[in-house]
Design a protein. Structure first.
Length: 255
């Protein structure tokens, strides 16, 4: 039991941290609800994983990869806002998932189950979180520039479509990993709430992004420790921990 708890704690720490860091970029791009929507887009893959009893993250990956590709392709073809296209893809995914998701598996799909992670889940999660964070750190300034002015980004030789695809792919990886922590229903909150709290604490972009990373990790650790002492599931406790930190941050908000 102690080893299992340690695996859960380490997994939550890394996933919560990279989710918060990603959230700082998503809020800056005014895409706060995209993580939530993509969590729902993963539902068909999660449903298959639960039915056939394999890791939900591995089920979520292909569903998210398909969703990300469709959003990216539709954006190029239609020039519609990414938020609108994400909404279209995620609602279709939810409809598909609930055609065959067993009723007894709904709770696990929606709010996750961090207690089931093992050694290899933890090891792979750490590696993917580090790689994703390194990629996000490298593209951070380019994505911000493209968000401010796509024309200016192109003048600076930033390949906007390429970096948008990399950015969306990072979202897919973080969401797929986070499914085991908070489930599809609460995944958006794991990405956005730590970043929103960090924005109130920070005075510059560096403090903002790394503050979000720290708060994401801290929220996950607090929630998982609370889960070890109480009967409530870890996912909601992690999100409530992040929300509590957000409430505290309101007192530090710069005027």
């Amino acid at each position: 039991m102690e080893v299992q708890f340690l695996y859960s704690l380490i997994t939550g720490f890394f996933i919560g941290g990279v989710a918060g860091y990603l959230g700082s970029l998503m809020i800056t791009k005014r895409m706060a609800l995209v993580g939530d929507a993509l969590g729902h887009a993963a539902l068909p893959g999660i449903a298959l994983a639960l039915i056939h009893e394999f890791n939900v993250s591995w089920g979520a990956f292909p569903a998210l990869a398909l969703g990300i590709f469709l959003i990216w392709l539709f954006e190029i073809k239609t020039k519609l806002p990414m938020e609108a296209l994400t909404g279209i893809v995620f609602t279709a995914s939810v409809a598909i998932a609930f055609l065959f998701l067993p009723e007894e598996k709904v709770s696990t799909a929606l709010i996750g189950d961090i207690s089931q992670v093992g050694f290899w889940d933890t090891f792979i999660s750490i590696i993917l979180c580090i790689i994703t964070w390194l990629i996000l750190r490298r593209i951070f300034s380019k994505i911000i520039l493209a968000n401010l002015s796509e024309n200016l980004a192109k003048v600076e030789h930033v390949e906007v479509e390429k970096y948008n695809f990399i950015y969306l792919s990072c979202i897919a990886i973080v969401v797929a990993l986070g499914i085991k922590v908070t489930g599809s229903l609460l995944m958006g909150a794991l990405v956005i709430t730590p970043a929103a709290a960090a924005r109130n604490f920070s005075r510059n972009l560096y403090q903002y992004s790394y503050g979000a990373l720290l708060i994401g990790s801290l929220s996950s650790v607090i929630g998982i420790i609370a889960f070890n002492f109480f009967v409530f599931p870890a996912g909601p406790l992690i999100i409530l921990s992040a929300f509590l930190i957000f409430l505290i941050s309101l007192g530090f908000k710069s005027k």
